[in-house]
Design a protein around this ligand. Sequence first.
Ligand code: FES
Ligand code: MG
Length: 593
Amino acid sequence: MPSSKDQRRLRSQEWFDNPDNPAMTALYIERYLNYGLTRGELQSGRPIIGIAQTGSDLSPCNRIHIDLAERLRAGIRDAGGIPIEFPVHPIQETGKRPTAALDRNLAYLGLVEVLFGYPLDGVVLTTGCDKTTPAMLMGAATVDLPAIVLSGGPMLDGWWRGKLAGSGTVVWESRRLLGSGEIDYEEFMSRVCASAPSMGHCNTMGTASTMNALAEALGMSLPGCAAIPAPYRERGQMAYATGRRIVEMVWDDLRPSQILTRDAFLNAIRVNTAIGGSTNAPPHIQAIARHAGVALSIEDWEEHGYALPLLVNMQPSGKYLGESFQRAGGVPAVMAEMLKAGKLDGTCLTVTGRSVTDNLEGQCSQDQDVIRSVENPLREDAGFMVLSGNLFDSALLKTSVISPEFRKRFFERPGSEGIVDARAIVFEGPEDYHQRINDPTLEIDETSMLFIRNVGPVGFPGSAEVVNMQPPDAMIRQGIEHLPTVGDGRQSGTSESPSILNASPEAAVGGGLALLRTGDRVRLDLQERRLEMLIDDAEMTARRAAYKPPELTHQTPWQELYRQHVGQLSGGGCLEFATAYQRVARVLPRDNH
Ligand code: FES
Ligand code: MG
């Protein structure tokens, strides 16, 4: 902590210590005394540190942060700061209908307003469940106050009858067993509940563990923060260290704009491949980049992320869960293996005030079966393919989840050379899919491709995780667990489905997917990265002329506002107008009286 004569005047003093305007200063300060803070503290020129609290009874994935806040406060105090905790709009992936994705931008808006409008000098972003991490980072990018991420950490590993039961992944597996009649409702419930044994977020490499890992890869958390399971003692110790560090960051004036550079985002894309990260990472990372004012395109994901190896052996791409990942060294070990092989930019600045290379000194994998080296990966070329064609401008395919069996059956049929012709079966949303998937008149067989539309940001609204449709029960009983699926929605990061998803533009805004009909022939050419409906120009023109956008029914005011302003998944699904606001903390808000 600097001695008082070196202290810079901090932003919070414009509220709490302005002798030129005693009436305003008194008004700003008096109510913060009513729970025991003193004038001496608030007028001492010490950094006021916000704790953006994402945990609550409604947000069990992040509820650990209610406890961690105590260790954060201790760290902030010990470093000379004053902690002030405030609530963030809850975003619980498993609890919120119609989808938690709708709430990411709402929590973002709320955070921007709080960080801008209150006497804060820096902020700790508490993260965990899927959308909480991007929402917090998007807000921090827009405001550009010193900010640091504290992950809540994953749950302990789940077990069911002596086998690992991973969050989400166990649902998709059990859903197939239920469909084929191998288990009943009671066993289905027990299996899935066994995957949630403690506080924390999903213990698989789903969207939560992915986004917390990428926050660390971006340089926005202390090294080693992402993977520590929520109940471990190291989690509380990490909270304490994070609290101490944010106070120093305020004195150093180290802001997100210095850390969130294009090179840092490219590192995040690379790390996403190595960990077998979620297909939700691209929309979230795109959104953070846009709010940070950094140029990043969906094509960057294939260009910088495809030809890299999968190193982390964790469900859904591999077999282990979060505790093994932590014991093997977590994100620092992955990044160290990549850096050693020249697959990472080590020069990027991080919240430590030091570079990625400096942070990774002495790190390496502690278990070669859980975190592999680049020379001995689980899979080569394990990143996302970015496809295009007349159905959409872009869509993603996560190659690390394609099983050898599926690859053989669909992409390597004799004589196909990676080109697959299929018959399209089109569903108008999840309700339509559930109603008709077992309808024999659809004649779904091994040469079918399942499509789902009107489930994107505008269509659903919010974009639903429904593209990982499973085949009809009769096919599952014959041992066919997956068909190729395509859609303008998303799928859970815990899914092992080889879907083509996040199609942009979506059908509800006139994307080509809107014109497809059941029975059409489609052609997938993986070499050329194209998916096309095989329809002649005259027919296409006629369908386009006959196209009517779907009638959108809003159920809440936010749904209506969201639909008016949301962009497509390829651009991060941002509120488009909001991306024009950058580094808003450069100016002060007006006085309120
Ligand atoms: Fe919250 Fe997976 S449901 S992290
Ligand atoms: Mg989900």
